[in-house]
Design a protein around this ligand. Sequence first.
Ligand SMILES: NC(=O)c1ccc[n+]([C@@H]2O[C@H](COP(=O)([O-])OP(=O)(O)OC[C@H]3O[C@@H](n4cnc5c(N)ncnc54)[C@H](OP(=O)(O)O)[C@@H]3O)[C@@H](O)[C@H]2O)c1
Length: 310
Amino acid sequence: MRAIRIHRFGDPEVLELNDVPISQPGENELLVRIHGASVNPIDYKIRRGAVPGITPDMLPLTLGRDLSGTIEAIGPGTNAFRQSDAVYALIGGLDRGSYADYVVLKPGEAAPKPVHLSHIRAAAVPLAALTAWQGLFDHGQLQAGQTVLIHGGSGGVGHFAIQFAKVRGATVLTTVSARHIDFVHELGADRAINYQSERFEEVARDVDLVLDLVAGETQERSWSVLKRGGMLVSALGAPPQEKANQAGVRGVGYRAQPNPAQLVEIGRLIDEGRVRPVVSDAYPLAEARLAQQRLETGHVRGKIVLGVAE
Ligand SMILES: NC(=O)c1ccc[n+]([C@@H]2O[C@H](COP(=O)([O-])OP(=O)(O)OC[C@H]3O[C@@H](n4cnc5c(N)ncnc54)[C@H](OP(=O)(O)O)[C@@H]3O)[C@@H](O)[C@H]2O)c1
């Protein structure tokens, strides 16, 4: 089968289209024919050698963390799925990747694909949507009637976070560049803050939750917008505890985990038309270099996806 792999860290040129054997599913595992795989910042961070703990001795690696596809073969012991079922999934380990024709999924990774979505649009969902869901609800404990400030609302994670927070009944403020203001309003944001021309701390006050998808100076300036007892949840590592203590709030870092029950819930919201994944561009698998460059150069609206199977 085809797989996009890296044998060394570097620029997009290190992405290679290789021919590799198809693995067979073991006990409780599924072999999935991949139809679509999304492109996430973690993919180019891994490619660059910028992710702590991912070292040259772990190469070659197949890139890609999430996918939509159909079940090709089922290992012994699996009752939840049948051959040809359409599924979508976040892959839990770096031992496998979704920039490929096939992948073996472990128990606790796959959920039924939302029926009303193409595989390309379904592939856009798992990593970004689970990151948004877990940041807002598992870590941030966002409740109806509360106010959340989402940094980076127009990107892959942010565009889901805006929609989930609105479904939950929260007031949503979000920072975006000028070109995306209309887009985030269409997604339901109550207030779009143009981070190029406005200081968000002059707009946002007494916020219950900050979902930080940007880090750096944006995170540093965020402590002052929180009410006492509020929370800053960052998808980019644990924020400094002394800053949280000084502000009288909590600061939490997290990494998204596979969660089929949450994918089912998210799929239900999508099939009901209450949440929509936005795909800016789809590229063929063989053009993974271009797809990563597109995401890396920034300002993508929603998601970039690789189309794998015909
Ligand atoms: N911990 C985890 O498990 C986890 C999971 C997924 C993602 N992440 C991380 O979370 C971050 C976002 O991921 P993503 O998939 O949403 O990336 P993305 O699709 O590239 O979106 C990033 C967005 O950030 C916006 N942005 C850039 N600078 C900004 C600023 N100063 N203020 C506000 N917004 C700004 C950009 O919007 P404009 O075009 O409007 O500038 C862009 O749309 C990445 O660093 C990623 O690695 C972590």
